[in-house]
Design a protein around this ligand. Structure first.
Ligand code: ADP
Ligand code: ADP
Length: 243
């Protein structure tokens, strides 16, 4: 069954103002997208295609102008945050630039512990223990629990952010260019990790990237987003293109 469903989603922004002429820019022009329970859907698109807008709408951070978004069988209300309520824990995100996405003053323990604090009743000691388990799950040593983010490599920090996303046991993880700032070798390792986690936990993924090569490696269905519209990708053809 569909876990996340977007139907005919539209979104415009008003641009211009003081000096430039005012105009309405339609960023999403009727987007249909489905992520199935435990599945992985890829969205590929060039820069400016509307990927970030799509991510914000999927996360419930922003509201579409038209169309419908359903998550876990429920339509999101006008106030998306309110509509989602406690289901928020079930959709977590990993961003491209984790250095900017984490608080530089928080240790790895607190970074991973944040969603546990927000979404579970675990006490401090239990959160530390769980954070240590999650580090092991992303193949990092629990020794890192007391480190600050600037003492980690890019690949380590990205793994920490994956651990944080896994922490509240979400049904869906949104990967927003999550591999894009890593060099190719690290990218391949993190992709292997994600594949392994997908098998172990049954978590579904929405994998958003500009890099078309990554999609057949991880996703079981995919769409191309250009100029605010989506077209399905034939995974067999894109697999052949890679070979
Ligand atoms: P992508 O992530 O694929 O690069 P974005 O969703 O960031 O695409 O942006 C798509 C288009 O929408 C861009 O032209 C961008 O300038 C515009 N846009 C995105 N967010 C806003 C906003 N909050 N206000 C005005 N324009 C925006
Ligand atoms: P339990 O609830 O007893 O840990 P599960 O079947 O839920 O058993 O999970 C098996 C293993 O996978 C455990 O180590 C658990 O921590 C981990 N796990 C399962 N689902 C998730 C998830 N969504 N995020 C992180 N870890 C998970």
């Amino acid at each position: 069954p569909p876990l996340l469903e977007l139907r005919g989603v539209t979104r415009s922004y008003r641009t211009g103002g003081w000096f430039a002429p005012r105009q309405e820019r339609q960023v999403l022009r009727g987007v249909d997208l489905t992520v199935h329970e435990g599945g992985c859907t890829g969205v590929v698109g060039p820069s400016g295609a509307g990927k970030s807008t799509l991510c914000r709408i999927a996360l419930g951070l922003e509201q579409p102008d038209g169309g419908m978004v359903r998550f876990m069988g429920r339509a999101w209300g006008r106030d998306v945050r309110h509509g989602l309520g406690k289901d928020r824990r079930h959709i977590q995100v990993v961003f491209q630039n984790s250095v900017n996405a984490v608080n530089p003053r928080l240790t790895v323990e607190r970074i991973i512990g944040e969603p546990l604090e927000n979404f579970t009743t675990l006490n401090r000691r239990q959160r530390r223990a769980r954070a240590g388990e999650l580090l092991e799950q992303v193949h990092l040593s629990p020794v890192l629990l007391d480190r600050l983010p600037h003492r980690l490599s890019g690949g380590q920090l990205q793994r920490v952010c994956i651990a944080r996303a896994l922490a509240p046991r979400p049904r869906l993880i949104l990967l927003d260019e999550a591999l894009s700032s890593l060099d190719m070798l690290v990218q391949a390792r993190v992709l292997d990790l994600l594949t392994e986690l997908r098998r172990a936990t049954g978590t579904a993924y929405l994998f958003v990237t500009h890099d078309v090569r990554l999609v057949p490696l991880f996703c079981d269905e995919a769409a191309v987003l250009t100029e605010g519209r989506v077209a399905p990708v034939d995974m067999r053809t894109s697999g052949q293109a890679r070979a």
